[in-house]
Design a protein around this ligand. Structure first.
Ligand SMILES: [Fe+2]
Length: 310
């Protein structure tokens, strides 16, 4: 009798797992990447290796394009913009050899940009295109590492400068359906990113951004752990609740002196925090500490479930 009940329960659990798998079929994973300092563009790191692997995986699954929210572009008032510059330049970066990025050809996806504007407008956002925006290293640093042999069609979504976590979560939720069309959604910001608390001396004196003369401070370790716990231990609407709640964490303001590098995490929670995403796996694929107190954790939420179609 007991074993029959266990067997029924096991069958029921398998049924739930199967339904979850079915629900997630065809939905691309979503990445939350911490781009760190500009030196992450030119230096080798575990994070850079991971970005490369995720890029290879995305290309192997024949992605239609990348849709990305960064940490360096925000709009005033109630506005949000989508990059529509057909020939964007790159904003220059310090502490990087120019040959690491100047010749990389950017590939703006104007058609998808218009679709994103339409989807956001329909949802009530004051969204419009920006035909003069030049791309910034938060975005192209990641693209160059992920796709060194060529940039896939890419759409950049701005932030809103009020830095409302729920607003940015809703931006992700609005664009979430594009995951079912094989677009790769990425948020590029930072897990622990407080420029005022970094130890800059080894970078400024020796170009050594990975120097760790002391261990990271306790607030940085504490908040870094909270981010990992939220992303890897919650999913679906619980992920959305927990991610937005992180901005009320006691160490949040130590970890983020400004909110800009945490908005992309809200975008990610929106993009993969629907009821249908409940049970999605999430991993921390790599992590690089820089400048003593900046924690560049790299997360992938969801997984590739469709067969490789290249
Ligand atoms: Fe940044």
């Amino acid at each position: 009798m007991m074993s029959l009940e266990i067997s029924k329960a096991a069958h029921h659990c398998r049924g739930i797992a199967h339904n979850k798998l079915k629900a997630n079929m065809g939905l691309t994973p979503v990445h939350f990447f911490s781009h760190g300092s500009t030196m992450m563009l030119g230096e080798k790191s575990e994070s850079a290796d991971y970005w490369r692997r995720t890029g290879e995986e995305a290309l192997a699954h024949n992605i239609k394009g990348v849709i990305i929210m960064g940490a360096h572009w925000d709009c005033l008032g109630d506005k949000i913009e989508v990059a529509t510059n057909p020939n964007p330049d790159k904003s220059p970066v310090a502490y990087v050899q120019p040959d690491k990025y100047i010749n990389y050809k950017l590939n703006p996806d104007l058609e998808t940009a218009q679709r994103c504007i339409d989807m956001l407008t329909k949802e009530g956002f004051n969204a419009s295109g920006n035909p003069t925006f030049d791309w910034i290293h938060d975005v192209y640093l990641i693209l160059i590492h992920m796709f060194p042999n060529g940039c896939p069609p890419t759409t950049i979504i701005s932030m809103n400068a009020r830095y409302d976590p729920h607003y940015h979560m809703k931006v992700g939720a609005t664009l979430r359906p594009l995951r079912s069309e094989n677009y790769l959604l990425i948020g590029t910001g930072g897990a622990v990113h407080n420029l005022y608390r970094n130890r800059w001396a080894p970078m400024l004196r020796f170009r050594d951004n990975f120097a760790m003369e002391t261990p990271p401070e306790e607030w940085a370790l504490e908040f870094r752990q909270a981010v990992e716990d939220v992303i890897t231990k919650t999913s679906g609407p619980a992920l959305r609740r927990a991610m937005t709640r992180l901005m009320k964490h006691p160490q949040y303001r130590d970890a983020h002196a400004t909110d800009d590098h945490f908005m992309a995490a809200m975008f990610v929670a929106g993009a993969i925090g629907d009821f249908e995403d409940t049970g999605s796996p999430a991993v921390m694929g790599a992590e690089s500490w820089e400048l003593t107190n900046m924690c560049n954790s790299q997360f992938s939420l969801g997984s590739w479930s469709r067969d490789i179609s290249v």
